[in-house]
Structures are given as structure tokens and as C-alpha cells.
Design a protein around this ligand. Structure first.
Ligand code: PEP
Ligand code: MG
Length: 323
């Protein structure tokens, strides 16, 4: 029953053959952090910071952001918190930022592209994140990276901010981990090069699916095509995991695919180090992991890759009963 699942929510997710998978939560605020914890999250794999910037008339100050990040990390105690830098544009507008109307917002000025052009705004957020790293395990994650150049520029700005904090005698984690969302097809194809520049990857299957399938995820007429279980998407997920592991970095997944019960063996079988889920999906995910073996999951994952449509992948997965 649902109650029993919740009671077991705080156990570790370990397969029958001993492989542990870390299960983190996706959150968008302090209240979510408490919910994630009560659902058994072992940390936060994605803090969407857009909520700080939306529904207001001016940008959030450094102090305001710092207070929120501190509040969240305190709830999580010693558990890691991955803070994603601002990902506006596309489906996430912020009126006072005066984002221009675009013909193709999802292909436009969003995520890291926007932040690299609005460095003052970006630096305020980075200062707040770095300050929150002084006492807790905080990691920085950049959204929508599509080139090495963007990543190198973003990292250089982090270094500048660190130097400014040092000059001001303000504490932060000198070894703060920096990672990227892998959610644009170009990032997958150059994943080996990107991996050499970061501490971790987190695969964003929501955007990755819509970009691989050339399909607007908010347009009901075509949204069905942007199915993360399509073998075209699955292959790119596996390619990303392999490139990351070859470079010795950890690879996570934080898109909605993680919360789809039938996808669990694929994610386990692909060798992901951890997943970050909607908090509500955590208990069920952990339970499924404890019912699977890694060997079995690898076989299911390779079977899925051989299918020629998302429908067939889904049909195949439905024949297994581990949830
Ligand atoms: C994603 O794209 O998969 C993701 C997790 O980010 P968001 O849904 O916030 O774009
Ligand atoms: Mg995304």
C-alpha cells in the first residue's frame, strides 16, 4: 500500500545484488525541501531557482537569495544540494527582465545564454550560491549548455566571483563542485569534451527529448512525440553516461523520465550514479530498486535500446512487474 511505501521511504535504494543508487529530490523552494526530505530524498539533485525571479517586479538581491539557499541547505542538513543557476526564457518568462518576444523561445535566449549576456545578474546569484557553500554541501549547475565556450566562460565568471569573495574576506567552499545539465543534443555529442571541464553531469530529459525529437514540449499537438522513452532519446542518455564515466565524473538524471515508474530499470541498467525525482516519486522509485538486480536491469535496458518506437519500449517495460 501507499502507506507502507512511505514507511520504507527512508531506506537506501540498494538492488538485490548490492548496487546502491542515490535518490535525490527536484525542488523549487523551501517548502519543497521539507517535502523531499519527508519522502526520503538523500539530497537535492535539482533546485530550480526560477521561483526566486518570477512573479515580481525587480530582481532578487544577493541577501534575499542567500537567505533562501541557506534555508534550504539547513533543512537538508549535511545532504548535498545542487543549485541550478537561473534558467529563464522558453517556458519560464520573468516580466521585469524584459525578455524580447521570440519566434522560437525554446531555441532562443534562455538559460546560460541569457546569464552570460547579463553578467551582473549572474554574478549576484553566484555570490549567493557560493556564500551558501561555506557551511553546507552545495554544488553549482548550469542549464542549457550547448558549447564548450559557454561552459568555460561560465566557469571563468565563477572564478571571478570567488576572487571577489576572497578579497572581501567572505567564506565559501574553495572546492565547490561545478556541473552542467545535459539537455541539448550538442552537449551529448561533445559530452567527452564537456566532461573534462566539470565535476558532474545531470541529464535533463524534458528538454533533451524535445530537442532530439524537434518537438515543442508545451504544444499539445506534438508534445507526445517528445517521449523520453523513444530509443533515440535513450541512446543519447546512455551515450552521456558512458562519456561521463569514461572521464571519471558522476552522472545523474533529473528530468521527468526518472519519475516514470516503468523507466526505473532502464535508469539503473544504464549505470546512472543517482537520480533526482519529483519528491512524490521517491518512495516508489526506491522500492523498485530494492526489487531489481543490476544484472536484470542491464538486460532490460539493452532490450529497450533495440526497440524501434517509444510505444514498443513502453509495451516491453510493462511486461516486467517490479513496482
Ligand atoms: C529538464 O529539462 O529535463 C529539466 C530537468 O529541467 P527543466 O524541466 O527545469 O527545464
Ligand atoms: Mg531543462
Amino acid at each position: 500500500s501507499q502507506q507502507k511505501v512511505r514507511r520504507n521511504a527512508h531506506r537506501s535504494a540498494i538492488t538485490t545484488d548490492g548496487k546502491r543508487m542515490m535518490v535525490l529530490g527536484n525542488i523549487g523552494g523551501v517548502t519543497d525541501a521539507q517535502v523531499a526530505l519527508s519522502m526520503g530524498a538523500e539530497g537535492v539533485g535539482l533546485l530550480r531557482t526560477e521561483f526566486l525571479y518570477l512573479d515580481r517586479t525587480t530582481a532578487p538581491s544577493e541577501e534575499e537569495q542567500f537567505a533562501v539557499y541557506e534555508g534550504i541547505t539547513q533543512v537538508l542538513e549535511s545532504r548535498p544540494v545542487v543549485i541550478r543557476t537561473l534558467d529563464v526564457g522558453g517556458d519560464k518568462p520573468a516580466p521585469y527582465l524584459n525578455l524580447p518576444q521570440e519566434n522560437n523561445p525554446f531555441l532562443g535566449w534562455r538559460g546560460i545564454r541569457f546569464c552570460l549576456d547579463r553578467v551582473e545578474l549572474f554574478k549576484i546569484q553566484l555570490r549567493a550560491i557560493l556564500r551558501a557553500s561555506a557551511s553546507r554541501t552545495v554544488k553549482i549547475m548550469f542549464p542549457m549548455i550547448s558549447t564548450i565556450g559557454e561552459l568555460q566562460t561560465a566557469k571563468a565568471i565563477v572564478e571571478e566571483v570567488k576572487e571577489e569573495l576572497r578579497q572581501g574576506g567572505i567564506f565559501f567552499d574553495e572546492n565547490i563542485k561545478v556541473g552542467i545539465m545535459v539537455e541539448v543534443p550538442s552537449a551529448v555529442t561533445i559530452a567527452e569534451q564537456l566532461a573534462a571541464e566539470v565535476d558532474f553531469f545531470s541529464i535533463g530529459t524534458n528538454d533533451l527529448s524535445q530537442y532530439i525529437m524537434a518537438c515543442d514540449r508545451t504544444n499539445p499537438q506534438v508534445a507526445r512525440l517528445a517521449d523520453a522513452l523513444h530509443p533515440a532519446v535513450l541512446r543519447m542518455i546512455l551515450q552521456t553516461v558512458e562519456a561521463g564515466h569514461k572521464a571519471g565524473i558522476s552522472v545523474s538524471l533529473c528530468g521527468e523520465l526518472g519519475s516514470d515508474p516503468i523507466a526505473t530499470p532502464i535508469l539503473l541498467g544504464f549505470g546512472l550514479d543517482d537520480v533526482s525525482l519529483n519528491p512524490q516519486a521517491i518512495p516508489r522509485f526506491k522500492k523498485s530498486i530494492t526489487r531489481l538486480s543490476l544484472i536484470e536491469a542491464e538486460a532490460i535496458a539493452s532490450e529497450a535500446l533495440k526497440q524501434d518506437s517509444a510505444t514498443k519500449v513502453r509495451e516491453m517495460l510493462m511486461t516486467f512487474n517490479y513496482w
